[in-house]
Design a protein around this ligand. Sequence first.
Ligand code: XMP
Ligand code: MG
Length: 172
Amino acid sequence: MPELVPVLSKNDIDSLVTKVAHRISTDYRNHDLILIGVLKGAFVFLSDLVRSLDIPVQIDFIRVFSYGSDMSSSGEIHLKKDIEVDIKDKDVLIVEDIVDTGLTLKYLIDYLRSYHPKTIKVCVFIDKHQRRETDIAIDYSCHDVDKGFLVGYGLDYNENYRYLSGIYHLKL
Ligand code: XMP
Ligand code: MG
């Protein structure tokens, strides 16, 4: 049986989201901010984040896929669903559940730059360090871990566990 070891409770998550939302609200006050959530994993974090901000924002989604195993991607990333709002000359914040190698975010930053936004920054719920292969800047992160496969709060293993309100370390 897979074991789920608690990493962050719902209360922990609430206070982390409140803190990052405060930073983002301060940094982007009086800007035209568009949040772009990376499907599917970021849908829970994004929905909490937007309700904790105290500035107006627009919201869109993008989706990519990469071939690979259930726990790591091949690094060959393709677009599956594009954005639908116009981000030209706008401030864009990519909202992602977790950054691991960083290859997905590197692809997304490069791709979204082709629409000529004014700025692009990155907000992740979890920054996982050990397997990083790129030097992308993570502008906002809520929680750091070194390694391990995490599930819950939008994160899945084979589409399971996304609905959990806490974050868990999955031990198979
Ligand atoms: P990177 O940064 O390596 O991320 O391009 C590739 C994809 O893998 C996801 N990922 C995880 N998903 N638990 C998950 O549920 C994890 O521990 C984990 N680590 C990476 C990440 O969301 C991205 O889509
Ligand atoms: Mg993801």
